[in-house]
Design a protein around this ligand. Structure first.
Ligand SMILES: [Fe+2]
Ligand SMILES: [Fe+2]
Length: 294
């Protein structure tokens, strides 16, 4: 328990995040960094940037709701304090991605309309499955849904986006790298805290495994929409053509992001996230359930 306390304490959080990798940042990036001209000049690329960022805001709003809601459902004081730090992390993520929408030209008064217009309905369903568990104060299911499924997905999506934007958009890449560091801490908490609770409550396994299967399906449906749509494919081609060799993206899990077609990217992302779920669920004594493929 001593290790658990120190790695997930508020003191550790202060030293590693606000006084560590976030020190000197402004809305998650270096002061003065701006969105590249490319994003402002081409209407299709601009719209895709809005659409992508809206999904990040929707996911992070769900994480904010879940982490704050789970505080009062937590059975022990150390978990409540960790979830309080996570709540602030998630609120920060909502803020930095909302700020990106403003930086891309969204006016304050139209924010909610823009979010409603672009929010992927499958991602909204994914969030609803989790928030239903949180509303029932179901701590074990809530932590698995949030800290293993939602954050396992977020972590890999952010890593892929980071690799794709590292040279193209350093501002966005910096925002993502701080977020990735936070998500790594959240995923670690899920695994460390929940294993013993699953062992103490084996009768909960079936129910939680069904939730994972359902959330995984909505996640894959969200990925399918993002990579298979005609505007997404067109945007990827145009962005590559305009960015030039200096902005070439790196590779991710062995896939060259500068050359891969959208199907290859969808597959590597889906396979990486699902393999991650399987590994993490196995460690806490749950059996991964394969979702239907949309
Ligand atoms: Fe987050
Ligand atoms: Fe998180």
């Amino acid at each position: 328990m001593a290790d658990f306390l120190s790695a997930y304490s508020i003191q550790y959080w202060l030293e590693s995040a606000p006084q560590g990798y976030l020190e000197g940042t402004e809305f998650g990036h270096l002061p003065g960094e701006e969105e590249p001209k490319l994003l402002q000049g081409d209407p299709l690329i601009h719209e895709q940037a809005l659409r992508t960022t809206v999904q990040l805001v929707v996911g992070e709003r769900c994480a904010l709701s879940a982490s704050s809601g789970l505080i009062n459902a937590a059975p022990d004081e150390a978990s409540k304090r960790f979830l309080a730090t996570q709540t602030l992390d998630e609120a920060r993520h909502v803020e930095v991605f909302t700020q990106r929408l403003y930086d891309l030209g969204v006016q304050k008064g139209e924010l909610e309309d823009v979010i409603r217009r672009y929010a992927n309905p499958n991602l909204v369903k994914f969030a609803e499955v989790l928030l239903e568990k949180v509303d029932k104060k179901d701590f074990v299911a809530g932590v698995v849904g949030q800290n293993i499924v939602l954050e396992g997905m977020a972590f890999n999506v952010f890593e892929l986006m980071h690799a794709a934007n590292q040279n193209l958009n350093p501002k966005f890449a910096h925002t993502l790298s701080g977020t990735i560091a936070d998500e790594r801490r959240h995923v670690g908490f899920g695994e460390n805290r929940i294993g013993s609770l699953i062992r103490e409550n084996p009768h909960r396994k079936g129910d939680i495994e069904r939730m994972q299967k359902e959330m995984s399906y909505w996640m894959l449906a969200t990925f399918a929409d993002s990579f298979r749509s005609a505007p997404a494919r067109e945007e990827m081609a145009r962005a590559r053509a305009q960015a030039g060799p200096a902005a070439a993206p790196s590779s991710w899990h062995g896939v060259d992001l500068g050359k891969a077609d959208p199907e290859e990217m969808e597959h590597v992302l889906a396979d990486t996230v699902l393999a991650d779920f399987k590994k993490r669920l196995g460690r806490i004594g749950l059996e991964y359930q394969s979702p239907a493929r949309p």
